[in-house]
Design a protein around this ligand. Structure first.
Ligand SMILES: [Zn+2]
Ligand SMILES: [Zn+2]
Length: 267
């Protein structure tokens, strides 16, 4: 786990360095006309290849990934984890046995996710994908997953938004894993059968009811013996991941983990 965190931190530093070194003259005129803004805070940045302003880089390094429970993904104190789990998870046998994150859903990470999700800043796909890939590569268990499985949107929401952020994220993660000699294919066989209202303001019990029967697996897909890694942008109570995982288990999956950009506090 510690090695994973050090690796993630090393990736932040190398990304920052690569961005600084990657300045090319071809963008100069365009940037003179349309100075780029930092997707984290909106401040003008000198060069779009930096991706973030120095203050946001600094903040991202400070918040990521933080001390957290690897079973539910929520923040935890330094002495409150036993075998990487918080007290709530000590006796749980959840459908998703491992939840790893880039960081808590706050500050610059929250702003980047909102920009990626609702304002379609396409340059963020690769950036966030590389951060999430670093989390997977840095973990002994997740890097052995057989397939990446994005948590899909229903077609109606996808149509309204014009893209599915988990799918984009999974594609960017796969690309980065391949670049790092760790090819993990994506399965698009988990589908959203039902359009459900957003869960954000619902109590936990309502979230479960809201998502009942929401997912399915395409016919003739066999996940027997497979370790699947769900990919999503944000999780709060973990209900969506759990319901998706239960559906995948019914299709034979042996083990389900999840890699998410951020975990939001659920209080
Ligand atoms: Zn910024
Ligand atoms: Zn926990």
């Amino acid at each position: 786990m510690l090695a994973g965190r050090l690796f993630t931190r090393a990736v932040f530093l190398s990304l920052e360095k690569a961005c600084l070194l990657g300045r090319r003259g071809g963008h100069e005129l365009l940037e003179l006309l349309y100075p780029p803004n930092c997707p984290g805070c909106g401040a003008p940045i000198d060069d779009s290849s930096d991706q973030l302003c120095p203050a946001c880089w600094q903040q991202l390094r400070q918040i990521s990934p933080g001390l957290y429970c690897t079973m539910c993904g929520h923040n935890s104190g330094p002495y409150a984890l036993i075998d990487g789990r918080c007290h709530r998870c000590q006796n749980r046998r959840p459908a998703v046995t491992r939840v790893l994150r880039v960081g808590p859903y706050q500050d610059v990470l929250r702003e980047l996710i909102l920009a990626f999700k609702f304002r379609r800043q396409s340059q963020l796909d690769g950036f966030l994908g590389r951060l999430l890939a670093a989390v997977i590569i840095g973990d002994d268990q997740l890097r052995r997953a057989h397939l990446l499985v994005p948590v899909p949107l229903h077609w109606r929401r996808r149509w309204a938004r014009r893209y599915d952020q988990s799918e984009l994220l999974a594609r960017a993660v796969r690309k980065e894993l391949e670049r790092q000699n760790l090819p993990v294919p994506i399965s698009f066989d988990l589908v959203r059968l039902r359009h459900t209202p957003p869960q954000t303001s619902m109590a936990l019990s309502h979230r479960l009811i809201n998502l009942k029967g929401a997912f399915g697996v395409r016919p003739d897909v066999d996940f027997h013996g497979k370790h699947l890694c769900l990919i999503d942008d944000v999780t709060t109570t973990g209900t969506t991941l759990r319901v998706a995982a239960q559906t995948l288990k019914k299709a034979g999956a042996e083990r389900i983990s999840a890699a998410v950009l951020a975990v939001a506090a659920n209080d």
